[in-house]
Design a protein around this ligand. Structure first.
Ligand code: DOR
Ligand code: ZN
Ligand code: ZN
Length: 427
């Protein structure tokens, strides 16, 4: 039997309401026991003193770009980047080429993850519509059999409200959550950043916040009418948070995520025209950023997901309006969130851990996000006191498109274990 002990760390597991210095005993890739002092008994012992020992982070929204865009990322580099960021379970969006809209592509992703992946558990998200074209529904049932955990047209909104209605009804038969990228493309109207003072100052075309809020309202109303559940991606505006707050108060089955860049960056970062700040939905104002944080604090927003979206340098080294949208996120997520939310006093560390482990896992029914005895030993060890400066060149992702480059944050991932095996260790 393979035995391992993580000795003397601060073990934080919100799924069990646990926070204290103790040992973690791992046997055959599973959590055997959390206790004051585990007997050595031939086990490999890893010193965790001074570190926090957390359930491996769970990311229910990322882009691995494989198949089809391997020049941006592939399943090998993407899962290495995830491991370096402390993630042990990740859900990848279907906007690949071909699109993950049928069982064959779902199986390809799972097979690549099992053969060339870093060990991080990969859960594919299937498309809502065939080819992400917004016309007819994809083969949800056969994709579910093949292993998808949700459906989404992410990257694109579902413009046709009736298609969204059918998706919610149909997906419910298969117990597959529907995940929405809520942006009205007509209201986006060619905008490349948030519409407001900064877009005027910089001379860039702005996108009204209503583009996001109109679609959030539509999604909520359709789900509410049919009593179905819906999960909303990357909420970025104050008005969006308020719509979700009110929907939850009336009992709508809506859950929502935000991303680290809406917690730790604003449209002021676009000054200088760094194309790594371009993302959909766009970085918003300080007022929105504070509203998103308030939404996380009061539970309106259920979790944090990275929206890790790698793009090649050639797609970013262009004029701002021509640049691809999206930023890599795995390797900066914990530090940005720790610094902005915990260090700045909005919440304690266990609360942040819940937003990055058990809460996202629950939304997509993943067997992850807990250190309960019997669970897979997916664990991340972090040094919350370590400050470090992001160096894009050193990221494990194949792409380096991060607006956090050169900035200093607190909270460092030291070691990541998947099923009891170390898959990342800080150099
Ligand atoms: O900025 C974005 N990039 N937003 C999305 O919704 C999709 C993503 C991508 O795939 O690059
Ligand atoms: Zn999206
Ligand atoms: Zn996305």
């Amino acid at each position: 039997m393979m035995k391992m002990i993580l000795r003397g760390g601060r073990v934080i597991d919100p799924s069990q309401n646990l926070d204290g210095v103790m040992d973690v005993l791992i046997e055959d890739g599973r959590i055997a026991e959390l206790c004051a002092h585990a007997q050595e008994d031939g086990a490999e012992v890893i010193d965790a003193s001074g570190l926090c020992v957390l359930p491996g982070l769970v990311d229910i929204h990322c882009h691995l770009r494989d198949p089809g865009f391997e020049y941006k990322e592939d399943i090998a580099t993407g899962t290495q980047s995830a491991a370096a960021g402390g993630f042990t379970s990740i859900c990848c969006m279907p906007n690949t080429s071909p699109v993950n809209d049928c069982a064959a592509v779902t199986r390809y992703i799972l097979e690549r993850a099992a053969t060339v992946g870093s060990g991080v558990h990969v859960y594919p998200i299937g498309a809502i519509s065939k080819g992400l074209k917004g016309g007819e529904l994809a083969e949800i049932g056969t994709m579910k059999e093949a292993g998808i955990v949700a459906i989404s047209d992410d990257g694109k909104p579902v413009v046709n409200s009736n298609l969204m209605r059918l998706a919610l009804i149909y997906a419910d038969h298969f117990d597959v959550p529907v995940v929405s990228h809520s942006e009205d493309p007509d209201l986006v109207d060619g905008g490349v950043m948030n519409e407001g003072y900064m877009s005027t100052l910089l001379g860039l075309r702005g996108t009204t916040r209503a583009a996001e809020e109109v679609m959030i309202a539509r999604d909520i109303l359709v789900a509410e009418t049919y009593g179905k559940r819906i999960h909303l991606c990357h909420v970025s505006t104050k008005g969006g948070v308020q719509l979700i707050r009110e929907a939850k108060a009336r009992g709508v089955r809506v859950t929502a995520e935000t991303a680290p860049h809406y917690i730790g960056a604003t449209d002021a970062w676009v000054e200088g025209y760094d194309t790594n700040t371009r993302v959909n939905p766009p970085l918003r104002t300080e007022e929105d950023r504070l509203a998103v944080i308030a939404g996380l604090v009061d539970g309106t927003l259920d979790c944090i997901a990275t929206d890790h979206a790698p793009h090649h340098a050639d797609e970013k080294n262009v004029e701002y309006p021509l640049a691809a949208s999206g930023m890599v996120g795995f390797e900066t997520a914990f530090a940005v969130c720790y610094t902005e939310l915990v260090e700045k006093g909005y919440m304690d560390l266990p609360r942040l851990v819940s937003l990055m482990t058990c809460k996202p896992a629950r939304i997509l029914n993943l067997p992850a996000g807990t250190l309960a005895p019997g669970a897979r030993a997916d664990i991340v060890m972090v040094d919350p006191a370590r400050s470090w400066t992001v160096d894009a060149a050193k990221l494990h992702s194949r792409s380096k498109n991060t607006p956090f480059d050169g900035r200093t944050y607190t909270g460092r991932v030291k070691r990541t274990l998947c099923a009891g095996r170390t898959i990342y260790e800080e150099a």
